[in-house]
Design a protein around this ligand. Structure first.
Ligand code: XIL
Length: 313
C-alpha cells in the first residue's frame, strides 16, 4: 500500500511530498510522484516563493508554480501553498527597496493577496520561519520595517484573497517544547486575541537521525489547545554520511516516531515529506556531509524508513 492510502485509512487528511520543477523531467520519479496511493498532497519546494512569483515589483509569474499546482489539482490532490512571506529567496527589489512602512505594507498585501488568490481554496504557509532559535523575531526587511505587524498584514491579506484557505505559520525547531515553540505559541495567542486569522502551525520537522524531540506529541497538543491545527510540513531525517545499516534502522524508527505522534493527535491533520527521494533531497546542499534523509534512496528504491512510516499509522 502507499503512504497516502495508509494515512487516509488511519484518519489523516493526506500524506504528501514536496517536489520541484527540474525534477519533473525524471519519468521514473514522476511515476511515483503521481501515484495518488503514495501522495495525496503536493508542496512546491521553490516555485511559489517570492523570487519565483514576483521577481519584479507588480509582475507576477505563475508558470512554474502552476506546473506544480497542476500535479495536485489535476489528480484530485491537495496543494500546499509555500510561501508568502519569508526572509529568504526574496527578489532584490524587496530586500534593497528601502521602502517605508506604508509602502512595504501595500507590497506585502499585494504579494500575499495575489499569490493566495491565484492558488485558491488551498492551505498556505503565509508566514515562513519568523523566529530565531532563541525565540526572538528574525531581523529582516519585514520585521525591521513593520515589526510583528507584518505577520498580521500578511495573514489578513491572505484571508481577504481567499476566505476558504487555511492559513498557517510554518517554522523549524518548534517541534519539541522549548523557547522557540513557546514564542510561536505566544504569537498564535496574540494573533487570536487581535482577531487576526490563523488556522494552523506547520512543524517543518527537518530532523537528525536519533534526535526526534521526545516532546513532539505533547507539543502538538499544546498548540492545538490554542484553537488551531498542526501539520508536519517538511519532514526529513538526515544523517552524517556515509549511510550504514544501523543509521538506516534508526532512521526507520525516527520516521515511525514522528508518524506515531501525529497519529495520536487528532488535530495533526497530515504529513508532508520534503521530497521523497535522496536523489533530489535539499539536505546535501544545505548541510554538507549529511544526507540520505528521505524514505526512497537515490535509485528510487524504498528504504527501511518507508516501512517505518507505514508502521507509524
Ligand atoms: C529549500 C528548498 O528545498 C531548496 O531547494 C532551496 O534551495 C532552499 O529552500 N525550510 C523551508 C523550505 O521552509 O522552503 C526550504 O526549502 C527548506 C527549509
Amino acid at each position: 500500500a502507499g503512504l497516502n492510502a495508509v494515512a487516509q485509512a488511519a484518519g489523516k487528511l493526506y500524506f504528501g511530498t514536496a517536489t520541484d520543477n527540474p525534477e519533473l523531467t525524471d519519468t521514473a520519479y514522476v511515476a511515483i510522484l503521481n501515484d495518488n496511493e503514495q501522495f495525496g498532497q503536493i508542496t512546491a519546494a521553490n516555485s511559489m516563493k517570492w523570487d519565483a512569483t514576483e521577481p519584479e515589483q507588480g509582475v507576477f509569474t505563475f508558470a512554474q508554480g502552476d506546473q506544480i499546482a497542476e500535479l495536485a489539482t489535476n489528480n484530485g490532490r491537495l496543494l500546499r501553498g509555500h510561501n508568502c512571506v519569508w526572509d529568504q529567496q526574496l527578489p532584490a527589489w524587496v530586500t534593497a527597496g528601502n521602502f517605508n512602512a506604508a509602502e512595504l505594507t501595500s507590497i506585502v498585501q499585494n504579494h500575499c493577496g495575489t499569490v493566495v488568490g491565484h492558488y485558491k481554496g488551498q492551505v498556505w504557509d503565509v508566514v515562513n520561519e519568523p523566529f530565531n532559535d532563541d525565540g526572538t523575531f528574525t531581523s529582516d526587511v519585514f520585521f525591521d520595517t513593520l515589526g510583528t505587524n507584518y505577520i498580521n498584514i500578511a495573514l489578513e491579506a491572505a484571508r481577504a484573497a481567499d476566505p476558504n484557505a487555511k492559513l498557517y505559520i510554518n517554522d523549524f525547531n518548534i517541534e519539541g517544547t522549548g523557547v522557540k515553540a513557546t514564542a510561536m505559541k505566544n504569537l498564535v495567542t496574540s494573533l487570536k486575541s487581535q482577531g487576526v486569522p490563523i488556522d494552523g502551525v506547520g512543524f517543518e520537522s527537518h530532523f537528525i537521525v536519533g534526535e526526534v524531540p521526545s516532546t513532539l506529541q505533547q507539543n502538538m497538543e499544546e498548540f492545538i489547545a490554542l484553537g488551531i491545527e498542526v501539520a508536519i510540513t517538511e519532514l526529513d531525517v538526515r544523517m552524517t554520511l556515509p549511510e550504514t545499516a544501523a543509521l538506516l534502522e534508526q532512521q526507520k524508527n525516527d520516521y515511525q516516531t514522528v508518524i506515531t505522534a501525529c497519529q495520536a493527535v487528532e488535530g495533526c491533520v497530515g504529513i508532508t515529506i520534503w521530497d521523497f527521494t535522496d536523489k533530489f533531497s535539499w539536505v546535501p546542499g544545505a548541510f554538507p556531509g549529511q544526507g540520505a534523509a528521505c524514505p526512497w534512496d537515490a535509485n528510487l528504491v524504498k528504504k527501511p524508513a518507508f516501512d517505518g512510516i507505514v508502521a507509524g499509522f
